[in-house]
Design a protein around this ligand. Sequence first.
Ligand SMILES: Nc1ncnc2c1ncn2[C@@H]1O[C@H](COP(=O)(O)OP(=O)(O)OP(=O)(O)O)[C@@H](O)[C@H]1O
Length: 259
Amino acid sequence: MTQEQKGKTPVLDVQNLTKIYDNGGKGDGNEVLKNVNFTMNEGEFVCILGPSGCGKTTFLRCIGGFETFDGTVKVNGKEVSEPGTDRIMVFQDFNQLLPWKTVEKNVQYPLKIQGLKDKTKLREISDAALEKVDLLSSRTLYPHQLSGGMKQRVAIAKALALKPQIILMDEPFASLDAMTRNHLQEELMKLHQKEKVTVIFITHNIQEAVCLGTRILVMAKQGGIKMDVPNTIPKPVTPASEDYGQMWDMFNKALHQEG
Ligand SMILES: Nc1ncnc2c1ncn2[C@@H]1O[C@H](COP(=O)(O)OP(=O)(O)OP(=O)(O)O)[C@@H](O)[C@H]1O
């Protein structure tokens, strides 16, 4: 039964999403996503696992409005046809910030583009967003003065400042060392619990998916959703949590089957 059928209006409703990349006119196109159906409620944290090349990033880019596709993607009932501030993407790349702007100016920049001119208001919003990622004291620093983990936290603050309906995260912590990654996972989990943000998070790391996700998808190699599992382990999830090992094994097996 879909969430819509349960009587809730999904914040995201994807129906028959098909994406074919053309091969520059040479032969048949590359069908990456085939009739994908997916709905998501406000406040869910969906982690997506899947073999390399199965279409995880493509799926996120379609929702973000960065790709043309067949089928429909609706956010709060409104059809997606282009990027918008209701769907903000956070990437793995540390260079998502403008190097000539300070941390706070980076956070404020998209709001200014949206037309917000009031300096007090801008400062209020950026302070609140930076506080949520514990970076308020670094607001006057420039990106080159930040660690990779701090840059990713600024990217998250930038997304939060825009109050999007959905934050789309494409392996945001994959380039970080293990300790920083664990720390940012904890911060993101607390942020999710406190702010009730709606997140889709791509990862190759089963531990990350089980610790963060309220729901976990495994994408199939052939461009569909192979598994869609609610994560019932109470937060905070650690490898010592009851059922953690069982869940880890289940996803590991599913990923192995996909090659
Ligand atoms: N702009 C593009 N033009 C043509 N083909 C593309 C384009 N972007 C991705 N593809 C192809 O689409 C398929 C899926 O790519 P995608 O990046 O979505 O996979 P992924 O699951 O995110 O992979 P990974 O886990 O390795 O990041 C791949 O075969 C890739 O070569």
